[in-house]
Design a protein around this ligand. Structure first.
Ligand code: FEO
Length: 171
């Protein structure tokens, strides 16, 4: 059975993942409003990924005979000034999430909870991928500067992204 401390921390992370999901859905709506459907699609997939992260944590707590809880979280921001601003905020947000996952891993180590340490490795790897993919969009946006044709091209590429659900097992 999972310790109370670990259970609380994982439940907080469930809320953090749901907050991330809402933030990215809000960003998707923003991109729809400025006629960038590819960016909107990319953010919609990001939303689906975050929902799956929350559920993965939720299921793990239950599997460890803990009590999964749905805690309140803040409403996300709704408006941004530019495409680059949104993607830069996404990058900062993912860095914050990486910090939360690292803290959870530290806690699992101090609690001598080997199962949680192994479970959290999936999230550690996921954060490496998340940060790298957002960073590459920032680099592309910076390279194109004010080019509308370039923005259209990136929008088309981001429109190709599809959601791949993570494995349902907690391993
Ligand atoms: Fe659930 Fe984007 O980290």
């Amino acid at each position: 059975m999972i310790s109370k401390k670990m259970e609380d921390a994982l439940n907080n992370q469930v809320a953090a993942e749901y907050y991330s999901a809402h933030l990215y859905l809000a960003m998707s709506a923003y991109f729809e409003s400025v006629d960038l459907p590819g960016f909107a699609n990319w953010m919609r997939i990001q939303y689906q990924e975050e929902m799956s992260h929350a559920e993965k944590l939720f299921d793990y707590i239950i599997e460890r005979d803990g009590r999964a809880l749905l805690k309140a979280f803040d409403a996300p921001q709704a408006e941004w000034k530019s495409t680059l601003e949104v993607i830069e905020e996404t990058y900062r947000h993912e860095q914050k999430v990486t910090g939360l996952i690292n803290d959870l891993t530290d806690l699992a180590i101090s609690e001598k909870d080997h199962a949680s340490q192994i479970f959290l490795q999936w999230f550690v790897n996921e954060q490496v991928e998340e940060e790298a993919s957002v960073k590459s969009i920032i680099q592309q946006l910076k390279l194109l500067g004010d080019s509308k044709a370039g923005l259209f091209q990136i929008d088309r590429e981001l429109g190709q992204r599809v959601f791949t659900p993570p494995a349902t097992t907690t391993a």
